[in-house]
Design a protein around this ligand. Structure first.
Ligand code: SF4
Length: 1018
């Protein structure tokens, strides 16, 4: 179907995959949009309208936004500057009869347009007024009579024969939702909580009911806060509440109530075991709830869930270990289908002609398994479309496909789900940021892909020859990509790149390096022009052969030989720096080309290890049509980490497909109707530390709609906590190479406090920053406690894939096992214990009594993905609620603000004192969130009658929590100042801060040696 076909078209929708615009029409449609709505801005910036940035700055939408949404879907690739400018240039120079002409810095409609042009203009309007739908691909089922089919296991074609022809099961389409506000009364939710207690709690324990009865719900209007008996969820609803205020109980009660009303809800959990646990719980409550988890690491899921148990629960077993019916039809004794590798949509037909190929599978076409929806393994997929509740993770929501046709879970949620509940919201927003910004270091790239080459070359030559062509292509491309990647790394390490090092510490691509050379005259103009053409390899394939030679070109002579051999380059002489620049750019261009080719093979479904697929695939094709682009524009590039700043130099591939957090924060409006009304799901954000102005990545700058205030006895318990700076004089954080030594010294310094606590029967949670820190502290603790009864009572958290047999080890996902181990000390990395881990005794009281910070808990300062999250947060906070009309100037400013923030974050953090104040504040607030979250683990208390009497003791042991000198940057002082500042804000912001943080603040402020601005030496 094309534009002209719309003339007599009378439906209200079109299918995207059945519609095609001519190249000139693509540009013209954009120009039509700009003219029709008089969108201000310069010609070179028109593409910015297609990036969805308007979604970031507004909460109110109108008819024009429906048109813009459609243009984004139809013209997706035009949202990249280079593609847009290239196509615009072609449009202007083509013979095509044009509707628009350039006048100054605008395109205006040509005068006295012909009838044909007038009609075309009308068709553009009609096109943008239609709803755009997606037709799922038609299934072609395997095992048709008279044909031979097979699957591939370990590169081997295995024929599968069915005795009878199977009629595939069809499922009905999910019902479309009727969108409306969700109104809930607290009294109804209390009843739901009671019903939950009756099923899940021990007899007579009405814990959940009691929590909701005693919690105070406050509704936050624009200027006032008042108690409420009702909750309304509309678009984005932001609820905050301190630790123990019953957010999870509230969430469960809401899910139960809405399920009764036949609404569809997606519940986001933080990990796969939690997804399974929650789904099982909901099913026990009689709710039709389905867990959806990523299929790529299925064996890991099974290991995590079954770890330490002899059997999986019936529910987990049904989800994780249901068998594949085709597996039973394999006639080779030593071959089987692994969990997670079922070939549901990857069945192939054997060639029917050519004697030599009769036993080969034609892998260019795939067929679906007719058992889909009826075999045990996939029957659960039928229930996804009917279920009231889908329990999943942020990663699965962003990446999973469901059903035989492979609809993305994201699309399903956008179109069919009424509500998405996101607990620990700020943490899930950061995960979303990072999922859409994958990154891989050179070491991982080579290691992960290397195993495929290794296996390939271990085969006999006959086996290699019979391997499928895609795999052979993959191996060849991969080898070249390794070589050129390592070459780029060498050029960087040896300073032979021709650019300032600081430039390459920000993401770079071949194209933007060429542009910089052009704009700053770093290379002769004719060479820039040629490199520019070279960067467009799809159109200029001849350059691929030229670039291949760059794997071995290292000097000026070789470069000029290449120029004359292939007839390209420059007539001018080049300096040594310019030669380096050209070699570097060409190497980057060639790597990018190979990477794209490898990704194409992965997209085609070539059988490769998951680790490789994760690196090379995931283009988020569907999502990119809805979620706003990254604030600086989507990127695929390389980035260099300097050894001096990071202790280890590293070359990384960095990608960014979208502003990840906007998936949640703008979900309702990612799809709008013709009047701009939201069609996406409502989103309920729940959290205890998302109201933290000044934190770039943690603060959610959305209006807080409700505050949940914990029962008074819980607030009092927190207020009684004892905080103390230990003044050990041992600086661990920031001590560089001496870190391990200092950490050991610090443990020795703390010996007296530790023993005193243990002897008074306290359990201690000890916090450090990395697994390496954990090992150092654990070993030293065993040494200093060797002659005490506590020697065997020390535990530490290890990654889930650590299979060592150390008796002190507790796996990350099994952290609650410390209770069964009866450990008195648990050493943990901060981020692992931060949230969600409720380690409590049988009465619901926190297991730990004392918290010791042995290091300053801070994320890695150079972490690309943490920078992405901070920039996304910064931009969404800065531009949210502007509610200005669409304007490319605003979008340009947004880009430059994002670049500005990336640069600030790229500053060295060796000396906190020298940092920009905005970054310093972010560090303080991020630290506050981490401390608060970890502290929250000690604040869990059960019923008032059974609650523990001893409030938490918190010790800051690392001297680096305070300033070294009078004028230095003092984290603890800054933390108290910060809390004072936000709580003394006038109006609702101050009220919210007080509700959330006052008990913590009161305890911290009066802590021993915590806040002392005048005398820093004790
Ligand atoms: S649909 Fe069922 S039987 Fe068919 S391949 Fe998938 S898991 Fe196996």
């Amino acid at each position: 179907m094309n534009l002209n076909d719309l003339k007599d078209y009378d439906k209200k929708y079109i299918f995207l995959n059945e519609f095609k615009l001519e190249k000139e029409q693509r540009i013209e449609l954009l120009l039509f949009l700009i003219n029709f709505f008089k969108i201000p801005g310069k010609i070179e910036d028109y593409y910015l309208v297609l990036g969805g940035r308007g979604l970031i700055s507004r909460h109110n939408f109108q008819n024009s936004d429906f048109f813009i949404q459609n243009a984004r879907i139809l013209l997706k690739t035009l949202n990249q500057k280079k593609v847009y400018l290239d196509e615009l240039r072609e449009y202007e120079s083509s013979e095509y009869e044009k509707l628009y002409t350039r006048v100054g810095n605008k395109f205006i409609k040509v005068k006295n347009i012909t009838e044909e042009l007038a009609e075309r203009e009308e068709l553009y309007l009609k096109l943008l007024s239609l709803e755009i739908r997606y037709k799922l691909p038609k299934n072609e089922f395997a095992f048709q009579k008279g044909k031979r089919y097979g699957i591939i296991i370990d590169e081997k074609p295995i024929e599968i024969k069915l005795l009878d022809e199977i009629v595939p099961r069809k499922i009905s389409k999910p019902r479309r939702k009727k969108r409306s506000r969700l109104k809930l009364s607290i009294s109804d939710l209390i009843k739901e909580a009671q019903e939950i207690d009756e099923t899940l709690s021990q007899e007579g324990n009405s814990y959940r009911k009691r929590v909701l009865e005693n919690t105070t719900f406050k509704f936050v209007k624009q200027q006032s806060i008042q108690e409420t008996k009702n909750i309304e969820i509309n678009n984005i609803t932001n609820k905050v509440g301190q630790v123990g205020s019953g957010k999870s109980t509230l969430s469960d009660a809401i899910v139960k109530k809405l399920a009764k009303e036949n609404k569809k809800v997606v519940v986001i959990e933080s990990s796969v075991p939690k997804v399974l646990k929650k789904a099982e719980e909901l099913n026990r409550l009689g709710i039709d709830a389905i867990p959806v988890i990523g299929s790529s690491n299925w064996t890991d899921h099974i290991n995590k869930v079954s770890d330490g148990k002899d059997f999986l629960s019936d529910f987990d077993s049904e989800i994780l270990t249901s068998g594949c019916a085709l597996g039973g039809l394999i006639n080779e004794a030593d071959l089987s289908i692994d969990y997670g590798k079922e070939p549901c949509t990857k069945i192939y037909k054997f060639y029917e002609r050519g004697a030599s190929r009769l036993n080969q599978l034609n892998i260019n076409k795939t067929y679906q398994c007719p058992f889909y929806y009826s075999c045990p393994r996939t029957s659960i997929q039928t229930r996804i479309f009917d279920a009231n509740v889908i329990v999943t993770t942020t990663a699965a929501l962003a990446t999973m496909k469901i059903g035989i046709s492979g609809m993305t879970l994201f699309q399903y949620t956008l179109e069919y789900v009424d509500l998405v509940i996101v607990d620990e919201a700020e943490s899930e927003l950061q995960k979303a940021d990072q999922i859409f910004a994958p990154y891989v270091s050179i070491d991982d790239y080579i290691r992960n892909n290397g195993s495929i080459s290794g296996e390939f070359y271990r085969k006999s030559s006959d086996e290699r020859t019979s391997s499928n062509l895609n795999l052979r292509n993959f191996i060849s491309l991969h080898q070249q990509s390794n070589d050129i990647f390592m070459k780029i790394n060498d050029l960087l390490k040896n300073d032979k790149h021709g650019f300032p090092r600081s430039r390459l510490e920000r993401p770079f691509s071949g194209r933007n390096l060429i542009r910089e050379c052009w704009e700053r005259n770093l290379l002769p103009e004719d060479l820039c022009k040629e490199l520019e053409q070279m960067s467009n390899l799809n159109r200029n394939r001849r350059y691929i052969g030229i670039l291949r030679d760059f794997i071995s070109i290292t000097n000026k002579n070789q470069l000029f030989e290449n120029f004359s051999a292939y007839g390209w380059g420059t007539t001018k002489d080049l300096t040594r720096a310019q030669v380096n620049r050209v070699i570097f750019i060409c190497s980057v261009l060639y790597f990018e080309h190979l990477y794209r080719e490898l990704s194409n093979l992965v997209e085609k479904g070539t059988e490769l290890p998951n680790s490789t697929k994760e690196i090379l695939s995931q283009r988020f094709e569907f999502h990119q049509r809805y979620i706003p682009v990254s604030p600086i524009g989507n990127i695929f590039g390389l980035q260099y980490k300097d050894k001096e700043k990071n202790g280890k130099s590293d070359l990384c591939i960095v990608k960014q497909f979208a502003t990840g957090r906007a998936m949640y924060l703008r979900f309702p409006w990612l799809k709008v109707d013709t009047n701009g009304n939201p069609l996406g799901p409502h989103v309920l954000l729940l959290s205890g530390s998302s109201f933290v102005p000044g934190s770039l990545s943690n603060h959610i700058d959305e209006h807080v709609n409700y505050i949940i205030e914990a029962e008074p006895y819980k607030r009092k318990f927190i207020e009684k906590s004892h905080f103390e700076y230990l003044n050990t004089g041992v600086y661990v954080s920031g001590s560089g190479e001496k870190r391990n030594e200092r950490l050991r010294e610090l443990v020795s310094e703390c010996k007296e406090v530790i023993i005193e606590k243990l002897e008074s029967n306290d359990n201690i949670l000890m916090i450090v920053n990395s697994y390496e820190d954990v090992t150092v502290v654990y070993t030293k603790l065993r040494e200093i406690l060797s002659d005490t009864p506590f020697k065997e009572k020390i535990a530490y958290i290890a990654p889930d894939d650590d299979n060592s047999n150390d008796p002190g080890k507790v796996k990350q996902s099994k952290v609650t096992d410390v209770v069964f181990k009866d450990a008195k000390i648990l050493v943990s990395v901060a981020v692992l214990i931060e949230r969600g881990h409720n380690i409590v005794d049988e009465k619901g009281n926190a297991y730990f009594d004392t918290l010791m910070f042995m290091t300053r808990p801070m994320p890695r300062p150079d972490d690309y993905r943490s920078h992405v999250s901070k920039v996304n947060g910064y931009i969404m906070a800065k531009y949210s609620n502007r509610n200005e009309p669409v304007n490319t100037e605003t979008f340009k400013q947004m880009r430059s603000d994002a670049f500005y923030m990336y640069n600030l974050l790229g500053q060295s953090e060796d000396r906190l004192d020298d940092l920009d104040t905005q970054v310093q504040k972010d560090i303080v607030v991020t630290l506050f969130v981490m401390i608060l979250q970890i502290f929250g683990r000690l604040c869990r208390i059960g019923n008032q009658e059974d609650m523990k009497s001893k409030a938490p003791d918190v010790y800051f042991a690392d001297a680096a929590f305070k300033a070294k000198n009078q004028n230095g940057f003092d984290l603890l002082n800054s933390l108290v100042d910060y809390l004072e500042e936000i709580m003394s804000e006038k109006g609702i912001d101050g009220e919210i801060a007080k509700t959330l943080y006052d008990p913590f603040y009161q305890a911290l402020r009066k802590g021993r040696k915590i806040y002392d601005k005048l005398s820093l030496v004790y």
